[in-house]
Design a protein around this ligand. Structure first.
Ligand SMILES: [Zn+2]
Length: 160
């Protein structure tokens, strides 16, 4: 997104508003080079480029079905999955891109899934990041342990 004033190739989104019909997003942007502001209107469609090159519209349902397998037997509700899919959509839309690689979606799933359930996270990461050895699991678990140590969280209550 070039700045219309100085042609700087980058800009910062300062405000986003979805049109009433939900098909476009109007963004206020600020140029970090000259500091001037301008607006852009973008279609709100979001496509995912699959590994075989085929474009497919972004779908929260696909996120949910992809993550559900990793959550089998875990205390994760359909409501949790719906919230997770929403977080994923918000984070990928925040990039401002209208087209994403399947890989980007996988990366966007990892942080909210880790917050939701660490076992499900490890399962998902092991498939998605193609863990092929115990060391890969150890590295991931070590990362989680370090985060626990630096920012202890209360455990989830059972009747949540
Ligand atoms: Zn500029």
């Amino acid at each position: 997104m070039f700045c219309p004033f100085c042609r700087h190739p980058d800009s910062r989104v300062v405000d986003s508003r979805t049109s009433d019909d939900g098909t476009s997003i109007r963004r206020r942007r600020q140029c970090p080079n000259c500091g001037r502001r301008f607006s852009t209107t973008e279609t709100a469609s979001l496509n995912v480029v699959k590994r075989n090159g085929v474009l497919e519209p972004f779908s929260r349902d696909k996120i949910i079905s992809g993550v559900r397998k990793a959550c089998q037997g875990r205390p994760v509700t359909d409501g949790d999955l719906a919230v997770l899919a929403q977080k994923v959509e918000e984070s990928v839309r925040a990039s401002g891109a209208s087209q994403l690689e399947a890989n980007d979606i996988g990366l966007a799933i990892l942080p909210p899934l880790r917050d939701l359930d660490e076992v499900a996270y490890l399962r998902f990461a092991s498939v998605y990041q193609a863990f092929d050895s115990l060391e890969d699991f150890e590295a991931s678990i070590g990362q989680l342990r370090e985060e626990h140590a630096s920012r202890p969280r209360p455990s989830r209550s059972v009747d949540e």
